[in-house]
Design a protein around this ligand. Structure first.
Ligand code: 8OZ
Length: 364
C-alpha cells in the first residue's frame, strides 16, 4: 500500500456539522475504573481519555443509563449529577486537546447480577431466559443472574431513562451519543429472536423486535440533533449468548429505519466481537449502501485493512479497540507505521493506573 493510499485515514472527516481531525475512532472499551460507590468518572479517567484525544472521535466506554442498566462493577453511569460532573471534566480535557467525544449509552438487560441491582432485584430482559454468560461483580467473575421479563407497562420507563441520560450527556458537554444496541445487551436482546420470545408489540415480527431500539432513537433525537447520534450494532456476533435466525433481514430493516431518521452514523462490529470477522455470512456492504450517514467499521482492523476500507469507500471511519488501550498515540503510530505496544490483558477490567494510563507514547 503506497503512503499516498494510507493518507485518507489521516485526513479530516466531516461528520455532519462536526469536524473530525482524522478517520480513526477510539472504540468504546469497558475498563471498570469509575469511582466505587458513585460510579462517577474520576481523575484517572480524565487522564486516560486526555491521552487518547488525538483520535478523530472517541466513543467512551459503555455507560449505564440507570442502576438497572448496570451489569458489571465500577462501570461509569450517566444518570446522576455527580456522574455528569465527572464526565464534564473528561469532555473539557478532550476538547482542550482538540478531540471530539461521544458517550456510549448502555442498558445491559439480562447481562447483570443481582448484586448490582437495587435491593438485589432480578435483572430485566425481553424474556425470562438466562444467558449463558458471565459478568464481574464484587465477588469476581460470576454467572449472570436469571432475568425477569419486562412488563409492557415498564417499557416507556426504559425509553425515558435513555432520554434522561441523553439530557445528562448534553449537560456534560459531549459532542454526541452512541446508542449501544450491540453485543447481546438489552436492545440487542430485543432485536434477536434467540433472546426475545415476546408476543406483544415488542416481539415476534422484525418490526416488533426493532421497536424498542427505534423508540430509543426517537426519544434521544428529540434531545440531540440526529446527526449527533450514532448506534452500534453487531448483527452476527454471539457475544453474551444472542443469536438470530435471520440477521440479514433484521438489520436490513433496522438500518433502513435509521437512515430515515438521519442518524449521524452506524457503527458495525463485523463478525464476532473481538473474534473472527468471518464467523457467519453477512452482507455488511448492503448496510453501508442503505445508510446515507457515516459507516464506522470495527473488529480486528489493522493498519492495512483500515487503509484499504477507507480508500475503497467500504467505510468512512474505522474504530480501533484493543490497539487504543495499549497505544494512547495510536493515530500517530499508524501514520508513521510505527510498532504498537503490546496489550496487557490482566489489567483490562478494573484496577488503577497500571495498564491504563501508563502505556507509553512514542518519544520522538
Ligand atoms: C467487555 C467486558 C464488559 C463489557 C461490550 C460493554 O462488549 C461491553 C463489554 C466488553 O460491548
Amino acid at each position: 500500500m503506497s503512503a499516498h493510499h494510507a493518507d485518507k485515514l489521516f485526513q479530516p472527516y466531516q461528520l455532519g456539522d462536526l469536524s473530525l481531525a482524522n478517520r480513526v475512532v477510539m472504540a468504546p472499551l469497558t475498563r471498570n475504573r469509575a469511582t466505587p460507590g458513585t460510579d462517577a468518572p474520576n481523575d484517572l479517567m480524565v487522564e486516560y481519555y486526555r491521552q487518547r484525544a488525538s483520535a478523530g472521535l472517541i466513543v467512551t466506554e459503555a455507560s449505564q443509563i440507570s442502576q438497572q442498566g448496570q451489569g458489571y462493577i465500577h462501570t461509569p453511569g450517566i444518570y446522576t449529577n455527580e456522574q455528569a460532573r465527572g464526565w464534564r471534566r473528561i469532555n473539557d480535557a478532550v476538547h482542550d486537546a482538540g478531540g471530539k467525544i461521544f458517550i456510549q449509552l448502555w442498558h445491559v438487560g439480562r447481562i447483570s447480577h443481582v448484586s448490582l441491582q437495587a435491593n438485589g432485584a432480578a435483572p430485566v430482559a425481553p424474556s425470562a431466559i438466562r444467558a449463558n454468560s458471565k459478568t464481574f461483580a464484587a465477588s469476581g467473575f460470576v454467572d449472570v443472574s436469571e432475568p425477569r421479563a419486562l412488563e409492557l407497562s415498564e417499557i416507556p420507563g426504559i425509553v425515558a431513562d435513555y432520554a434522561r441520560a441523553a439530557e445528562w450527556a448534553k449537560e456534560a458537554g459531549f459532542d454526541g451519543v452512541e446508542i449501544h444496541a450491540a453485543n447481546g445487551y438489552l436492545l440487542d436482546q430485543f432485536q434477536k429472536d434467540g433472546s426475545s420470545h415476546r408476543t406483544d408489540a415488542y416481539g415476534g415480527s422484525i418490526e416488533n423486535r426493532c421497536r424498542l431500539t427505534l423508540e430509543v432513537v426517537d426519544a434521544i433525537t428529540k434531545i440531540l440533533p440526529p446527526g449527533r447520534v450514532g448506534i452500534r450494532l453487531s448483527p452476527v456476533s454471539p457475544a453474551n449468548d444472542v443469536s438470530d435466525s435471520a440477521p440479514q433481514a433484521v438489520f436490513d430493516y433496522l438500518v433502513g429505519q435509521l437512515d430515515a431518521r438521519k442518524l449521524g452514523y452506524i457503527h458495525l462490529i463485523e463478525g464476532a466481537t473481538g473474534g473472527p470477522r468471518d464467523i457467519a455470512p453477512f452482507d455488511f456492504a448492503a448496510l453501508r449502501k442503505a445508510f446515507r450517514g457515516a459507516y464506522v467499521a470495527n473488529n480486528s482492523y489493522d493498519r492495512a485493512l483500515a487503509t484499504q476500507a477507507v480508500a475503497t469507500g467500504a467505510a468512512d471511519l474505522i474504530a480501533f479497540g484493543r490497539p487504543f488501550i495499549a497505544n494512547p498515540d495510536l493515530v500517530e503510530r499508524l501514520r508513521r507505521d510505527a510498532p504498537l505496544n503490546a496489550l496487557d490483558v490482566k489489567t483490562l477490567y478494573g484496577g488503577g493506573a497500571e495498564g491504563y494510563t501508563d502505556y507509553p507514547a512514542l518519544t520522538a
